[in-house]
Design a protein around this ligand. Structure first.
Ligand code: NAP
Ligand code: F7E
Length: 401
């Protein structure tokens, strides 16, 4: 199934969005206040099955990333008001959420963006005190494992201490909210598969170690302060919105470009590593389920199916009718000082207690991603955004914030 959705030239340009962002920050910004300060953001009311329901609000760090964009789409589709933390940068990087954005002057607007950074604790306090969300999703992180060997201190600061700053902001503002921490299968590292909630952590990178820190402080705030705080221990999950330097997207992008005659080769590192690759939209739905449970707990989210990088390469190239061995070359620059050989998750707890189960397995995931990258090439020069390939997912037109 190929879905082509290019934004027409000139529509929702970066300049338009910048202007909107400036305006949106006005009403959302405010003086730091007392813990009991009233909400400054409207809480929506809507009529459902004859009842008047108060719509929930959520705060998402990492909203510009793969998971943040799908989560925002999902929550807007459920009627939430969504507040996202975005970093000031000299170039715009909101392409994954531009299709969800609406001018904040529009009374229907339900997506609001706020400048901030996980390195800036006082800003997190100010923002949470103003927004006072019902749910906080901490997805912001330096999330690239290979890069964490090059920038270990920065990774520790954003991926590790950043979580503590956010938890402290929740505690200091006296916020009565539910807190989701984006924990990772990288925490298991060298512990052999299958990995579940009881598997010992043995991280193999500065990234993995920073996530272990975040996992434990999240658990500690649950035990020490009674915060409804959960760790979602998510195994690799991918999509057409995956960053281009993660291996799956690097492969499917290369397949699309090679099939189009734009490139001849792609250079990869270790093809023997085994990962449990799922489809990101399903995984963000798992995050949401964790925060709707009666009690806070930690859950593994995975497909339970392992595939090597080579398997993924074969599936992606075969889908485009290409012989991978003619196009894939080795480059030792993509090897890591310490590798995680095999991650395959056991998500039985999430299935039993949350009713969550993956439906998209690595083979069909590779096909979804190749198709989307081929469609994106046809949009060259314009923004392409994929449509989620899951039954029941809110349609893009219905989730505008
Ligand atoms: P991603 O695409 O790399 O997105 C990371 C997000 O974090 C981006 O929005 C980024 O903002 C933001 N960010 C980075 N540093 C920040 C800082 N100092 N302050 C505020 N925001 C910051 O990651 P993802 O794949 O969506 O993953 C979401 C979360 O789940 C991450 O915490 C990741 O470590 C974790 N996780 C991912 C997987 C996976 O397979 N995808 C598995 C387990 C856990 P910019 O756009 O400005 O860079
Ligand atoms: O590597 C091998 C590489 O960078 C997967 C993050 O979302 O998932 C992700 O971390 C495997 C590794 O993801 C290349 O050595 C071979 O064995 O796509 P990746 P990751 O390291 O598993 C976890 C769960 C997270 O939490 C992280 O945030 O592929 N590999 N050749 C390569 N990897 C890359 N990136 N590039 C290559 O050329």
């Amino acid at each position: 199934m190929r879905v082509l959705r290019c934004r027409p030239r000139g529509a929702q340009s970066r300049t338009d969005l910048l202007a909107k962002l400036d305006r949106s920050c006005g009403p959302n910004l405010g003086r730091s206040g007392r813990a009991a300060a009233p909400r400054t953001c409207a809480v929506g009311l809507h009529q459902a099955r004859g009842e008047l329901k108060v719509a929930k609000s959520a705060f998402i760090t990492g909203i510009t990333g793969q998971d943040g964009s799908y989560l925002a789409e999902l929550l807007l589709g459920k009627g939430y008001t969504v507040h996202g933390l975005i970093r000031r940068s000299s170039t715009f990087n909101t392409s994954r959420i531009d299709h969800l954005y609406r001018d904040p002057h529009d009374p229907e607007a339900r997506l609001f963006l706020h400048y901030g950074d996980l390195s800036d604790g006082s800003r997190l306090v100010t923002l949470l005190n103003e927004i006072r969300p019902d749910e906080v999703y901490n997805l912001g992180a330096q999330s690239h494992v290979r890069v964490s060997f090059e920038e270990p201190t920065h990774t520790g600061d954003s991926t590790g201490i950043g979580t503590m700053r956010l938890l402290e902001a929740v505690r200091m503002t006296g916020l009565d909210c539910r807190f989701y921490q984006a924990s990772s299968s990288e925490m298991f590292g060298a512990s052999p598969p299958p990995q579940n909630e009881d598997t010992p952590f043995y991280p193999r990178s500065p990234y993995g170690a920073a996530k272990v820190y975040s996992y434990w402080v999240t658990k500690n705030y649950r035990e020490a302060y009674g915060l409804f705080a959960v760790n979602g221990i998510l195994f690799n999950h991918e999509s057409p919105r995956r960053g281009e330097t993660f291996v799956t997207r690097k492969i499917t992008r290369a397949v699309a470009r090679i099939a189009a005659g734009l490139e001849e080769h792609v250079y990869l590192g270790n093809l023997d590593a085994v990962r449990d690759w799922g489809y990101a939209p399903e995984y963000v739905e798992g995050m949401w389920r964790m925060l709707q449970a009666d009690t806070p707990d930690d859950y593994v989210v995975a497909t339970g199916t392992g595939a090597s990088v080579r398997d993924f390469v074969v599936a992606a190239f075969e889908h485009a009718g290409l012989d991978w061995e003619r196009h894939v070359r080795f480059d030792e620059r993509y090897l890591r000082p310490t590798e995680v050989d095999a991650l395959v998750g056991d998500a039985s707890k999430a299935k039993a207690l949350l009713g969550w189960q993956a439906t998209v397995l690595p083979g069909s995931l590779a096909q979804i991603m190749v198709e989307a990258d081929r469609a994106a090439l046809e949009c060259e020069g314009r923004v392409h955004i994929d449509t989620v390939q899951l039954p029941g997912w809110p349609t893009p037109g219905s989730v505008h914030g």
